[in-house]
Design a protein around this ligand. Structure first.
Ligand SMILES: *[C@@H]1O[C@H](CO)[C@@H](O)[C@H](O)[C@H]1NC(C)=O
Ligand SMILES: *[C@@H]1O[C@H](CO)[C@@H](O)[C@H](O)[C@H]1NC(C)=O
Ligand SMILES: *[C@@H]1O[C@H](CO)[C@@H](O)[C@H](O)[C@H]1NC(C)=O
Ligand SMILES: *[C@@H]1O[C@H](CO)[C@@H](O)[C@H](O)[C@H]1NC(C)=O
Ligand SMILES: *[C@@H]1O[C@H](CO)[C@@H](O)[C@H](O)[C@H]1NC(C)=O
Ligand SMILES: *[C@@H]1O[C@H](CO)[C@@H](O)[C@H](O)[C@H]1NC(C)=O
Ligand SMILES: *[C@@H]1O[C@H](CO)[C@@H](O)[C@H](O)[C@H]1NC(C)=O
Ligand SMILES: CC(=O)N[C@H]1CO[C@H](CO)[C@@H](O)[C@@H]1O
Length: 774
């Protein structure tokens, strides 16, 4: 027998020690888990359900730790489940329980403006004519977000009728929020205790734990106030951000009601809390739920371990449309989140408003930068100009100083000067660069950053402007060409009717979806760059220009801002068609979306290349056109159950989720997902030697007698044939089916994009497709 060497022995002992240690800790660390138990089927009261859940929970928790038998959240309105603090082992035990569908880590979800603490936005792309239409004011939009600032003029209820009698929601009070803060616009407000705050079990063990809430529905972040007013804010004339973007501010559906579910704080939102908010919102009676939050695209989990996907499924089953932001992790492919087929997933675009801040160089050159700043510098006074690399602090790499890296600038050399920095290191955000320049007592900052230039940054009163690479090269050349370079940065001006617009925002998350490529995601695009909407009064020093009152409005960017535009548009469509199902509304918005910009050219992404359907979904929303789509593609709950089946979930699980006797008619097969009656088409794999046949069923929602003729827009080498290519309807509500045959004889490999259009002369019904040729 060979003796282990001393070193090996030590290593061996060490490993035993470490694995013991890891074993022990992984069995002791308690983390928050969500235990999802499917549809609410039995006629039990909440107390009985909670008691049953506590019993299940106590079956896995050792008797000496019974104080942990405590539900941090309890779901018992529309679906069943709870969240609790568990060890990994206990969680695994619960996932084997016969009544449990899934057990998942209670992850923190992000507000989809995470990159937009840097960002800004403009005015709603929804045009004004439609306000003149007589719209029902019975549509209720539930917003799951950071709370609301009820005093904002956007939430005044002038002209609104009584709160719809079916409304079952509440207006929860807090130390700084009274029942009277709700009105006929803001009809409900709930808040939830955060994960971190709810980990303390109750002291009295014999009590059925009652979740004691504290806090307030009031927004202390600004995000929820902004999204709420974008979705359904009342009309506010002469709104502006310190004079910028001046005009009428209003939500996508100014006649709709708002209910706020404050599940998030500045740091994000616990998934368990978001799930609770969805359960409450459905039960309260909302028609549409707007969620501008999601998982990071890196941590996407499967549909049944994603609280938004789970909650949205049940919402859809109850006739509630759920609209979600697709995330800000673009422009790489596979970054879109909230991509379940029962969610309306939103991408972000720019609008036709630009914020420019002019730079005047000492030699007389004028450069157009992009920024929102309230610079007090004047055209007539020049300031010394330096490149960051030339004013590096001692022992600092020049590359760091050229990027305005924290600590990289020599204060003595930057004080009183305008500093120029580049953006070759993406780890340092614009916000940080601005703080670095400000901290180094610079007079202003000029940033050379081609990519983020399209999303103007709000630097408050610090003079700031952002240049393209070309203009940046010119300014660096100028600095080199003269002994005493100088410049000034003028305050921002906004330009309307900026062209081209809309343009896909570079940050907007892209398809295809990471979980399945057989559903085309995102679904649709809406304004999400530099959007003006209500906010909380600014609290940061420096954010308020000297001598001004804090603004009631703010300019923000992100798919967070795009999502409530679509929620508002959906409410608008619903107010005209109260009986339409969520999928009919989604179809109407998607098949009527616009794919050309205000120059009459195909929509582009921020790099200038043509945008494809993985960038923008079906295109930019057009709420007015969505009112009369002609035909719609209805996606039923049964379709979604088949989706789960094709995706690979077991019958038994699907029955629990749906609360029905559903039975899969086919074995799991990702290809079959393409056949779900969705208003767009995605083929995950098209073998160039084979054909794929996709079927769709259209429902006539236009005039009774209508004949639609098909036309196809297909890329070179891709054969697309529609059969029949003529659909005849003779009544409203009538359905007609057709097949589309795809074959890729000569098409290049990779994703190819196109569309099928049905037209009756008055309506054009556009179904976009993405086909992956292999
Ligand atoms: C615990 O709660 C029960 C039921 O509400 C009550 O009867 C009992 O007095 C409480 N015990 C303590 C220690 O507060
Ligand atoms: C509109 O707002 C601007 C700045 O906020 C103010 O100077 C102006 O007087 C206002 N105009 C009207 C008609 O209220
Ligand atoms: C601009 O504002 C700064 C402080 O915010 C002040 O020190 C400076 O004097 C102002 N300059 C002009 C020209 O008003
Ligand atoms: C400026 O001059 C330096 C040295 O003379 C040179 O390395 C650099 O490339 C020049 N930069 C530009 C933008 O011309
Ligand atoms: C200022 O300098 C830049 C860089 O050398 C040059 O491109 C530009 O033409 C100059 N402008 C004027 C008005 O001379
Ligand atoms: C499921 O099927 C059983 C037996 O066929 C029936 O008794 C039960 O009511 C059905 N349940 C539902 C939800 O349809
Ligand atoms: C539709 O066409 C049928 C004949 O095909 C006719 O009888 C009917 O009146 C028409 N309906 C309308 C509303 O025009
Ligand atoms: C607060 C402030 O200075 N706003 C200015 C921003 O820029 C516009 C256009 O130059 C001015 O009109 C505003 O006064």
């Amino acid at each position: 027998m060979m003796l282990p060497s001393m070193a090996n022995l030590v290593h061996f002992v060490f490993l035993i020690f470490v694995s013991h240690f890891l074993h022990a800790t992984s069995n002791q660390i308690k983390e928050s888990y969500v235990i999802y138990m499917g549809s609410f089927s039995q006629n039990r009261n909440p107390e009985a359900i909670q008691a049953a859940h506590l019993q299940i929970l106590s079956s896995v928790i050792p008797s000496e730790e019974q104080e942990r038998v405590y539900l941090t959240q309890s779901y018992h309105h529309v679906f069943e489940g709870f969240s609790a603090m568990l060890t990994e082992k206990e969680a695994a035990q619960l996932s084997g329980h016969s009544e449990v569908v899934s057990v998942f880590h209670d992850r923190f979800l992000q507000l989809h403006t995470t990159r937009s603490w840097d960002f800004l936005e403009t005015e709603s792309g929804l045009r004004s004519q439609r306000l003149n239409r007589r719209a029902s004011n019975d549509v209720i939009i539930g917003i799951i977000d950071t709370g609301i600032w009820p005093e904002s003029p956007s939430f005044n209820d002038a002209g609104l009728g009584e709160v719809p009698s079916r409304w079952k929601g509440v207006c929860m009070e807090g130390s700084d929020f009274k029942k009277t803060d709700c009105n006929r616009k803001l009809i409900g407000a709930r808040y939830y205790n955060n994960l971190a705050e709810s980990t303390q079990p109750p002291t009295n063990k014999s009590q059925i734990p009652e979740i004691t809430s504290f806090g307030s529905p009031r927004d202390s972040v600004g995000h929820g106030t902004h999204t709420s007013s974008t979705a359904a804010g009342s009309i506010v004339t002469n709104a502006s951000y310190y004079g910028l973007a001046q005009g009428v501010a209003k939500g996508g559906s100014p006649s709709s009601r708002i209910a706020m579910y404050k599940a998030c704080s500045l740091g994000g939102c616990a998934g368990s809390t978001v799930l609770k908010a969805i359960d409450d919102a459905i039960n309260d009676g909302v028609d549409i739920i707007s969620i501008s939050i999601g998982m990071s695209s890196i941590f996407q989990s499967d549909f049944l371990s994603d609280p938004i996907a789970v909650g949205a499924f049940h919402a859809n089953q109850k006739g509630v449309l759920v609209v979600c932001s697709g995330g800000n992790d673009g422009p790489d492919p596979f970054t879109v989140v909230n991509s379940a087929p029962w969610i309306l997933t939103v991408a972000a675009s720019s609008i036709d408003r630009a914020f420019q801040s002019t730079i005047v160089l000492g030699n007389g050159s004028v450069l157009k930068g992009s920024a929102i700043n309230f610079s007090n510098l004047s055209r007539y006074e020049q300031h010394p100009l330096v490149f960051g690399a030339d004013v590096a602090a001692e022992f600092t790499p020049v590359s760091e100083a050229s990027n305005c890296y924290p600590g990289s600038l020599d204060d003595d050399k930057t004080a009183g000067k305008i500093v120029v920095c580049v953006d070759t290191d993406p780890t340092v955000s614009r916000k940080v660069k601005k703080l670095v320049a400000e901290g180094a007592r610079a007079k202003g900052l000029i940033l050379i950053d081609e990519v983020e230039k399209g999303v103007p940054f709000d630097s408050g009163s610090f003079p700031f402007s952002q240049l393209s690479n070309d203009a940046g090269a010119q300014i660096l050349q100028y600095i080199n060409s003269t002994k005493k370079p100088t410049a000034t940065i003028l305050p921002t001006e906004d330009f309307k009717e900026f062209k081209p617009a809309p343009v896909v925002a570079y940050f907007s998350a892209r398809g295809p979806g990471g979980l399945t490529e057989a559903i085309l995601k995102p679904d649709i695009m809406a304004p999400g760059v530099s959007i003006l909407a209500a906010s909380i009064p600014a609290v940061d020093i420096g954010a308020v220009p000297e001598g001004k009152k804090p603004s009631d409005f703010a300019i923000k960017s992100g798919t967070s801002m795009a999502c409530p535009h679509v929620a508002g548009a959906a409410a608008f469509v619903r107010s005209a068609h109260p009986r339409w199902s969520p999928s009919m509304i989604r179809s109407a918005l998607m098949t009527t979306a616009i794919t050309v910009n205000n120059l009459g050219k195909p929509l582009t992404s921020s790099t200038g290349s043509d945008a494809n359907y993985h960038d923008m979904g079906a295109g930019e929303i057009s709420p007015l056109r969505a009112l009369s789509p002609g035909l719609v593609f209805e996606t039923t709950v049964d379709d979604y159950l088949h989706f789960l089946c094709y995706y690979g979930y077991k019958n038994q699980i699907i029955r629990k989720i749906s609360g029905t006797n559903f039975s899969c008619s086919f074995s799991p097969s990702p290809q079959l997902i393409t056949n779900i009656n969705y208003p767009s088409i995605s083929i995950a794999q098209l073998d160039s030697k084979k054909v794929v046949i996709v079927s769709r069923t259209a429902t006539n929602v236009g005039p009774s007698n209508a004949t639609y003729i098909a036309s196809v827009d297909a890329p070179d080498g891709l054969m697309v044939k529609v059969s029949p290519d003529r659909l005849v309807f003779n009544r409203r509500g009538m359905k007609a089916s057709y097949e589309i045959t795809f074959s890729a004889m000569d098409a290049n490999k990779g994703y190819r994009f196109g569309s099928v259009m049905w037209s009756d002369g008055a309506h054009v019904v556009r179904t976009v497709f993405a086909v992956n040729v292999i």
